[in-house]
Ligand binder design. Structure first.
Ligand code: ZN
Length: 161
């Protein structure tokens, strides 16, 4: 009997993630599955939900709504600020920077610039985007005590205290 994925298992997957419209966003590398400890929020919620109960060798497609991925877009995170706030720094659409906000440090992107004002968007670039994962489960095993202690996966040859 193969083990089914449950809390604190070490899981390895190969995956390709696309937008709902089919644009490939990311994928695991050949021979290098993504490994993680299951059930600790290391993956987006929708993907963890889809993996629960699967076992090694399973292949499946998971279509995930934005709410279970990077969240819905929030118009309130788009703000217009005075150009003067940036001093002499170059500002152009597409530039990203870290900013302190009410919700803490956040990555924001400049979406529009004119002589007086700069419009910035604090939404995650994938907010509001439905995702589609092609997944193959390649490893499921109990985590070792030191993996649970460290909160990450150890592979053969990993040798740290
Ligand atoms: Zn470690």
């Amino acid at each position: 009997m193969s083990q089914t994925i449950s809390q604190d298992n070490v899981v390895g997957i190969h995956y390709t993630v696309k937008t709902g419209e089919g644009q490939v966003l990311d994928q695991s590398k050949e021979g290098q599955p993504l490994q993680f400890i299951f059930g600790r929020g290391m993956l987006i919620k929708g993907l963890e939900d889809a993996l629960a109960g699967k076992s090694e060798g399973d292949k499946f497609v998971a279509e995930i709504d934005p709410a279970d991925a990077y969240g819905e877009r929030q118009e309130g995170l788009i703000q217009t600020v005075p150009r003067s706030l940036f001093g002499d720094s170059e500002v152009a659409p597409g530039m990203q920077f870290r900013a302190s906000t009410d919700q803490g440090e956040q990555s924001v992107m400049i979406v529009d610039v004119n002589d007086d004002e700069v419009t910035v968007d604090g939404n995650h670039p994938l907010a509001g985007v439905p995702l589609k994962f092609d997944v193959e489960v390649v490893e499921v095993r109990e985590a070792t005590a030191s993996e649970l202690d460290h909160g990450h996966v150890h592979n053969e040859g990993d040798d740290h205290a």
